[in-house]
Design a protein. Structure first.
Lengths: 467, 201
């Protein structure tokens, strides 16, 4: 048998039909659904008299629109948001799919709930009408975002029309330095490859620094594969993965667990597999980073300064000029001199228990800067409960953070959690696009530890100075 | 789905790189549960001020581009969120074709599902068309999917690549789901076999 990459292996195991021109029907093992990108898809089914082919493999949870204040149990006040969440409610019941309503403690961001409940398993194909579906690749599952028409297609057929992508390997060799996290890895990779660098590829992340990461860290890395333009990001499953999955509500049990393990252990890229592109980054070259612009590729170490537009090439010169103006910065300004108004800790990139632990470790016994607004939005109700049990919630609240209910919140600001015009935020989310966190809001992407450090000093800060 | 065969129209230039789907249709408009009516909010934050007045400098507000049917754009168009609201808004505005050097994967897919043709051209050719688009409403660009060509207003012809299956679907206006359901037997067979080999799924 010819050597294969992990992607090749998962792909081959899911081709339900292949046309002569190589167009495939890829079978989908898990379909995750949320309230924003699904109403039109369910409506489409209804209009054509179709049904959900595999309701048992379809899981729905509202996350994008839901308020994160405790009074949300009394209902959502914003009418449009309420209509969307109600529509998901109705659709989930009508079509008989798994559902975690707002009132359920297991509710949370779809990409956190899936793995937490054991829905995401190695070797699976996972899709969701959301670009950060890439997160699930941390389990060695082929996971990617789709549009609403494709959501409808998967609901109706449990397949997706696909052509195979190319294979890219991103290897992070050696060990990370203290204070450097998974978020710094993934941002640094995008900083090097650019937001279009991964277009046409599925990335497999490997190397010692990746192996050393927990599942939470691996999810952070894969989560942002999409920001690098890749269709999906993957990490081969290993003992860390199996350990995380074992005992989760929807993980296989008993004899099925053994059978699954037999297969899962074959899920790695063969030694002499073909790669279309290989990128190697020594872990020791990675520093704690921040973004300064309005694209996730606008990444620099915290020790750097705001770049000059003229130091770029082509169309990027104008884009940088626009970004620097939008961000209200000056070329040459030290990144560590940038003052912030808001700190947001949460999102499917960094809303897991380990992220909250990392931030709390920095905040313990400290207070946030006077006048700063700081908010923690756990990725799920269960993350929230665990953080309360571990005493993290107290640390955050004593420091001056708001302690919220689970949801996407200020990652995309579709609910009331938004930046106001000109407000500047150190955020653990994944996108610093113009207006992403609120109209004319300014976002600097950072790791949870860096966000906590910024909360204390009121400026972007090298967390290593506080360790 | 609406067919796409041939189009001759005004092209609006948007040279900015990395135009993301948040720019194309900001999140406040994602709360809809319909697919239609998003055209007025296409590029909303670039197009209107906070009071809802048009910003005269923005390309689609200029008289010569109000009826644009083609967009010539900077690199990596459509990156970011998977929201299909982006192509819905583009289509609803009346744009049926976007030309760039590269597109983000999900956006590119979404276009084909909505009767929009995304065309990838090398930088030099895209730049020629960008200049063409900058000439305004007298410079009409011609796009022919059948022959896979774009013709500039000066008559320069550029060939583009498109996946044969997608081309076929666009030319015929075919519904993907209908096509896939014709292969139900293959899906049934795959499911039966997977139930044996990976019963835990
Ligand atoms: S947390 Fe942000 S990136 Fe993640 S699913 Fe929600 S909106 Fe999307």
């Amino acid at each position: 048998m010819s050597p294969k990459t992990l992607y090749d292996k998962i792909w081959d195991a899911h081709v339900a039909h292949e046309a002569e021109d190589g167009t495939c029907l890829l079978y989908i093992d898990r379909h995750l659904v949320h309230e924003v990108t699904s109403p039109q898809a369910f409506e489409g089914l209804r209009m054509s008299g179709r049904t959900v082919r595999a309701p048992d493999k379809t899981i729905a949870v509202p996350d994008h629109n839901v308020p994160t204040t405790a009074d949300r149990v009394n209902g959502i006040t914003n009418e449009e948001s309420r209509i969307q969440v109600d529509a998901l409610d109705t659709n989930a019941k009508e079509f008989g799919i798994h559902y975690y309503p707002v009132s359920d403690v297991r509710q949370g961001i779809v990409h956190i709930v899936g793995p937490e409940q054991g829905w995401t398993l190695p070797g699976m194909t996972v899709v969701c009408g959301d670009s950060h579906t890439a997160t699930h690749g941390a389990f060695g599952s082929l996971a990617h975002g789709i549009g609403t028409s494709e959501v409808e297609h998967v609901l109706a057929t449990q397949t997706l029309i696909q052509k195979k992508s190319k294979n890219m390997k991103v290897e992070i060799t050696g060990k990370l330095k203290p204070g450097v996290t998974a978020k710094d890895i993934t941002l640094s990779v995008i900083g090097r490859t650019g937001t279009a660098g991964g277009t046409g590829y599925v990335i497999e992340y490997c190397g010692e620094a990746i192996r050393d990461l927990s599942m939470e860290g691996r999810m952070t890395v894969c989560n942002m594969a999409i920001e690098g333009g890749a269709r999906a990001g993957l990490i081969a499953p290993d003992e860390t993965t199996f350990e995380y999955i074992k005992g989760r509500p929807h993980a296989p049990k008993g004899a099925q667990w053994e059978a699954a393990m037999d297969w899962w252990k074959t899920l790695y890229s063969d030694d002499d597999a073909h790669w279309d592109l290989v990128i190697t980054i020594p872990a020791e070259e990675i520093e704690p980073v921040v973004t300064w612009g309005t694209s996730p590729e606008d990444v620099l170490p915290i020790s750097a300064t705001v770049p000059a537009p003229d130091s770029f090439k082509g169309g990027k010169v104008d884009a940088v000029r626009r970004a620097i103006e939008y961000m209200g910065l000056t070329p040459g300004q030290k990144l560590s001199d940038i003052e912030i108004d808001t700190v947001f800790i949460g999102s499917c990139t960094n809303g897991r228990i380990e992220d909250l632990r990392a931030a709390a470790a920095v905040l313990k016994g400290k207070k946030i800067k006077d006048g700063l607004r700081a908010m923690v939005v756990p990725g799920s109700g269960l993350v929230r409960a665990q953080a309360e049990e571990e005493g993290l919630a107290d640390i955050f609240q004593e420091a001056g953070f708001e302690w919220r209910m689970a949801g996407c919140s200020m990652c995309l600001a579709m609910n009331p959690d938004q930046l106001s015009e000109g407000e500047r935020c150190a955020s653990t989310s994944n996108r610093n696009f113009e207006g992403r966190q609120g109209y004319k809001g300014r976002t600097h992407l950072v790791s949870p530890a860096m966000a906590a450090a910024a909360a204390v000093t009121g400026k972007l800060t090298d967390v290593r100075e506080m360790m | 789905m609406e067919k796409f065969e041939k189009l001759t129209g005004v092209a609006a230039p948007m040279p900015l790189v990395n135009i993301d789907t948040d720019m194309i249709i900001p999140k406040v408009f994602l709360k809809t549960i319909k697919r239609s009516g998003l055209g007025v909010n296409l590029f909303d934050e670039m197009r209107y001020d906070r009071q809802g007045n048009e910003i005269p400098d923005f390309v689609l507000n200029k008289p010569q581009y109000r009826e644009a049917e083609i967009l010539v754009a900077g690199d990596n168009f459509g990156c970011g969120s998977s929201r299909e609201h982006a192509p819905w808004a583009i289509k609803d505005f009346g744009i049926r074709c976007v030309i760039s050097t590269s597109f983000a994967d999900i956006f590119y897919n979404n276009c084909f599902k909505n009767g929009i043709l995304p065309i990838v051209l090398p930088e030099e050719q895209r730049d020629i068309l960008m200049k063409d688009a900058e000439k305004g409403s007298n410079a009409r660009i011609e796009v022919d999917l059948e022959s896979q060509t774009v013709t500039s207003s000066d008559g320069e012809v550029f060939h583009f690549e498109v996946d044969p299956f997608r081309k076929h679907c666009l030319l015929e206006g075919l519904d993907d789901i209908g096509l896939t359901l014709e292969k139900s037997a293959s899906i049934d067979a795959f499911e039966a076999q997977a139930a044996q080999s990976r019963p835990w799924v």
